[in-house]
Ligand binder design. Structure first.
Ligand code: SF4
Ligand code: SF4
Length: 425
């Protein structure tokens, strides 16, 4: 980090000692992925900088925004519409929850067999280590899986500004009505928070901003069809992770710049891995910062990741919002249409997700799929079985992995991944 931010962190109420430990985990993890890669696109230097300033400059920017009267909203799920926050002059940041922290304290509030993402959200709060969480004026939880729903009941006692959004579990007409009603309720809550009334103009501009960000990510995703792979899965995941907390316009410009460079690489047949390197699609639970465990193993074992069917990936970014509406009502309808397509495993039935995995595998010419499930995540672990079956039916090998954030199973995972890569080579 270029400046000493210790006073800023202390003023935010962070536990400096615990925070140093978290920075150590982040630095070590990022150092490993940085060292593991060769011939990265030059444009990735921007993301290296953003990562190095993830608790520094970006937090300073958010605090400056707050001083200027803007509100910060933290979210744990891709169902929380950034468009509504932006339209009311607020900034939405994703709360990463990608590392174990303060687990002893966490397990006093949550059963041990809770998924690592939920535990991490609690650990970051209890350990006082997350400057995003501490700078937020409102934190949005959402009723997705049972684990999250019940956990928010306890998280509410730790976070006074927790707002819980209800979400449908079935893609029915009633489900869509519920989502619409919840987005209208969220719009009102955000307007109350900011004191800014959303107008058709501000909502349309916000939709445009978020569409541009998603369009850039989709452009990058499609370039990964090329062989040799012009960008590693680790770098693409990093861009997907930074998507959640960077300034939207700056992020879009940076991703588009990388895409320009990647297009030149493809034209020159230049890659980060040799041509015909085994190609893997990752599908399943979100991989939040600094959870780089699986891609480190895969790309360190002679394969390249060509896509992420995940909320930190294409499930979260692929669909755009129709911005042709003229009224707020029409735009809310368009937002509901867009977000109702997110095929999270909390939905039942959820055939769309299986179809999307098959589509992605074909589009990105994957030789195999690794289904990434977090231990104790019922929705994704249960869905992994029909996913594997559907892929087997089309002759595509699938490896089901169940893990957490600890490094204890690294050796065992590596052995399984290496055997899988040998099988698909
Ligand atoms: S996996 Fe489901 S619950 Fe988790 S962020 Fe994605 S949509 Fe939300
Ligand atoms: S990983 Fe699974 S259990 Fe954990 S929050 Fe997401 S859907 Fe829920």
């Amino acid at each position: 980090m270029s400046t000493d931010y210790r006073q800023m962190w202390a003023d935010m109420g962070l536990d400096l000692e615990a925070h140093d430990a978290l920075l150590g985990v982040l630095g070590q993890g990022y150092g490993d992925i940085y060292m593991a890669q060769k011939n990265r696109p030059e444009g990735m230097a921007y993301f290296d900088f953003v990562m190095s300033e993830v608790h520094g400059l970006r937090i300073q920017e958010l605090l400056d925004e707050k001083k200027a009267g803007r509100k910060i909203i933290g979210s744990y799920c891709v169902f929380v519409p950034e468009e509504i926050a932006l339209a009311a002059n607020a900034t939405l940041v994703g709360l990463c929850s990608g590392a174990d922290f303060a687990m002893e304290e966490v397990e006093k509030l949550l059963p041990r067999n809770t998924c690592a993402l939920i535990k991490s959200a609690f650990g970051f709060k209890l350990g006082k280590v997350c400057p995003y969480l501490e700078s937020a004026d409102m934190i949005v939880g959402e009723n997705t899986c049972d684990g999250k729903k019940k956990a928010y009941e306890s998280l509410g006692s730790l976070i006074e500004n927790l707002y819980v959004m209800d979400l449908p579990q079935v893609k029915s007409a009633q489900g869509r009505e519920l989502l619409k009603a919840e987005y209208i309720r969220f719009k009102e809550a955000v307007e109350n928070l900011t004191g800014v009334t959303i107008t058709a103009e501000s909502l349309s501009a916000a939709i445009e901003t978020v569409n541009a960000k998603r369009k850039a990510m989709h452009r990058l995703a499609l370039l990964r069809k090329a062989d040799p792979a012009p960008i590693s899965g680790l770098d693409a995941l990093l861009a997907n992770q930074v998507f959640f907390y960077d300034n939207p316009a700056r992020f879009t410009a940076s991703v588009n710049k990388i895409c320009d460079e990647v297009e030149q690489r493809i034209a020159a047949q230049e890659g980060v891995f040799a041509g015909k390197t085994p190609r893997i699609l990752i599908s399943g639970c979100p991989q939040a910062v600094p959870n780089w465990k699986l891609p480190m193993i895969v790309e360190g074992s002679g394969a390249v990741i060509v896509g992420e069917e995940s909320c930190v990936g294409e499930r979260g970014t692929r669909n755009l919002t129709d911005n042709s509406g003229k009224t707020i009502d029409e735009m809310i309808e368009a937002l509901v249409d867009r977000y109702f397509q997110v095929d999270c495993a909390i939905f039942t039935p959820n055939k769309e997700r299986i179809d999307h995995i098959k589509e992605m595998a074909k589009l990105y010419k994957a030789d195999g799929v690794i289904h990434y499930g977090l231990q104790f995540c019922q929705p994704y672990l249960m869905e992994a079985i029909p996913v594997e079956k559907a892929l087997e039916d089309i002759g595509l090998p699938c490896l089901r992995i169940e893990t957490d954030y600890s490094m204890e199973d690294m050796g065992q995972l590596k052995t399984r991944v290496e055997a899988f890569i040998e099988q698909i080579s």
